[in-house]
Design a protein around this ligand. Structure first.
Ligand SMILES: [Zn+2]
Length: 400
C-alpha cells in the first residue's frame, strides 16, 4: 500500500526524501528523511524487478531543496544570537503561501496523511541548534524565538522581556511618577536607566498605582515592575542596580527580584490598600477635640467621593465609595494636624480632607465644620497580596 502510493506520487512529482517521508507522517519511527529514504529504497527495488528506472531524489517540487541547507539556516540563527544571553529558544518560520498550497495540493490529491513543511523545518533546525548552542528548545515560554524565512534566507529574532519586581520610595516632592513635560526627571526615568544599561534593552516602568507629583512615597514603598524589552542580557546584579538608583538621593528601590509577566499583570490589576500621612492645615484653628471627632467619625467610614474637580479634565465624573479603615493623628500646633489614614485604594486623600466643595463626604472639613486643606501628603504603605497571603502592614510603620 505504502509503496504503491509512493510510486503514484513519485511518478507524477519530483520530491526529496524529506518531503516524501512527510507525506507518510506518523507511520513508523524516525525522521521524515529516514522514512522517505526507506520508502524510495524499497520502491526502487521493486522497480528494478520490473526493469524500470529508479526514481532518484531530485530537485524537490515542494521545498525546492531547503532541507539540504538546514545547517546554513542554523548558522544564520547563531549569527543573529551572537550577542544574546539566553537559555531556551524556539524556531519558527514563515513559509510563502504558495509552498504551503503546493504541498497541500499534492498530498491531498493522493489522500496522504502529512505533516506540514514548516513543522518539520522548525524541528530539524531546532535539533541542530540544540546541538550547536548547547541550549534547549522550549515550546511554551522560550527566551528567544528565531523566525526564519527560508526563501529570503533571513532570520528575525523575538526576545522574551525580562521582568523585575521591586518596591520604590520617592523621598522628594515635585517629581512625577512617569515623564512629564516640564519635569527633568521622573520616578520611572531614574529607575529605568540602570536597568536598561544592565540588561542592554529598553526598560519600561509599571507602577502599582501612582502618587501625585507633590506626594512622597515612603515607608514600605510602592510595588512596581520593570519590563526590559529586547534584553540582550537576562542576568544582572539587582543589588548593584538598587545601589545605583539609590545614588540619586531621590528614589530608593528594594526587594528587587525576577518576576514573570503573569505576576506583573495580576499585581498591577489589583487594587491595593494604602496608608497615608497627611499634614492638615486649618486656618480657623484646630484642637484635640477636633482631632478626636475626626478619628472617631472617619475610622471605619464609607466615603462617598465624586471625581475630584482637579482631575475632572482627565477622568470621567463618577461617584466611588471607598472605605477608611483606621485614622490616627496628633495636633502639631494651633493650625496643624498630622493624620495617619489607612484606607482602601482609589480614595483621593486631598479631597477626603478638604471635602472638595461637598463632592467628598464625609470629609475632615465637614466633620469639624471648618475649612481644612492637605498641606503635605506622603504615602507610607501600599499593601500587596503576595502568593495568596496578605502583605505585611508592618508594626514598625504604624508606630512611627
Ligand atoms: Zn522537499
Amino acid at each position: 500500500m505504502i509503496i504503491e502510493k509512493a510510486a503514484e506520487v513519485l511518478e507524477k512529482h519530483k520530491l526529496c526524501n524529506h518531503c516524501l517521508g512527510r507525506g507518510f507522517a506518523k507511520l513508523g519511527k524516525g525522521s521524515n528523511e529516514e522514512r522517505g529514504r526507506a520508502i524510495r529504497f524499497v520502491l526502487n527495488m521493486e522497480r528494478a524487478l520490473e526493469e524500470k528506472k529508479p526514481l532518484k531524489e531530485e530537485e524537490c517540487e515542494i521545498c525546492g531543496g531547503i532541507f539540504d541547507r538546514l545547517e546554513d539556516y542554523a548558522l544564520l540563527c547563531i549569527d543573529k544570537a551572537k550577542m544574546l544571553e539566553f537559555e531556551t529558544f524556539l524556531v519558527g518560520s514563515s513559509f510563502p503561501e504558495e509552498i504551503l498550497n503546493r504541498e497541500k495540493e499534492i498530498f491531498e490529491k493522493f489522500g496522504l496523511y502529512w505533516e506540514p513543511i514548516n513543522r518539520e523545518f522548525n524541528r530539524e533546525v531546532g535539533k541542530i541548534l540544540e546541538r550547536k548552542l548547547n541550549k534547549k528548545v522550549n515550546r511554551k515560554n522560550p527566551d528567544v524565538k528565531f523566525i526564519i524565512d527560508p526563501y529570503k534566507e533571513k532570520v528575525r529574532i523575538e526576545i522574551k522581556p525580562v521582568y523585575v519586581y521591586g518596591r520604590y520610595r520617592k523621598l522628594v516632592r515635585g517629581m512625577p511618577q512617569t515623564p512629564l513635560k516640564g519635569y527633568g526627571e521622573s520616578v520611572a526615568s531614574i529607575i529605568c536607566k540602570p536597568f536598561g544599561n544592565a540588561f542592554k534593552g529598553k526598560a519600561v516602568f509599571h507602577g502599582a498605582g501612582r502618587e501625585d507629583i507633590d506626594v512622597r512615597m515612603l515607608g514600605n514603598g510602592r510595588p512596581f515592575f520593570v519590563e526590559i524589552k529586547r534584553a540582550k542580557k537576562r542576568h544582572a546584579n539587582l543589588e548593584k542596580i538598587a545601589e545605583e538608583i539609590g545614588k540619586s538621593g531621590k528614589i530608593e528601590v528594594f526587594d528587587l527580584r525576577f518576576a514573570t509577566r503573569e505576576e506583573m499583570e495580576r499585581l498591577l490589576s489589583e487594587r491595593h490598600d494604602k496608608e497615608y500621612e497627611a499634614l492638615v492645615y486649618v486656618e480657623e484653628g484646630v484642637n484635640g477635640a477636633d482631632l478626636r471627632k475626626i478619628v472617631q467619625r472617619l475610622g471605619g467610614a464609607e466615603i462617598v467621593q465624586k471625581t475630584p474637580q482637579r482631575v475632572l479634565k482627565r477622568r470621567s465624573d463618577l461617584t466611588r465609595v471607598r472605605k477608611v479603615y483606621k485614622v490616627s493623628g496628633k495636633v502639631i500646633d494651633g493650625k496643624h494636624l498630622k493624620l495617619r489614614i489607612f484606607c482602601e485604594g482609589g480614595l483621593y486623600i486631598k479631597e477626603l480632607i478638604s471635602g472638595d466643595m461637598g463632592r467628598t463626604t464625609p470629609s475632615v472639613s465637614e466633620i469639624i465644620g471648618k475649612s481644612a486643606v492637605c498641606e503635605a501628603l506622603d504615602v507610607v504603605n501600599v499593601e500587596v497580596i503576595e502568593d495568596g497571603s496578605k502583605g505585611t502592614h508592618t508594626k514598625e510603620e504604624n508606630q512611627r
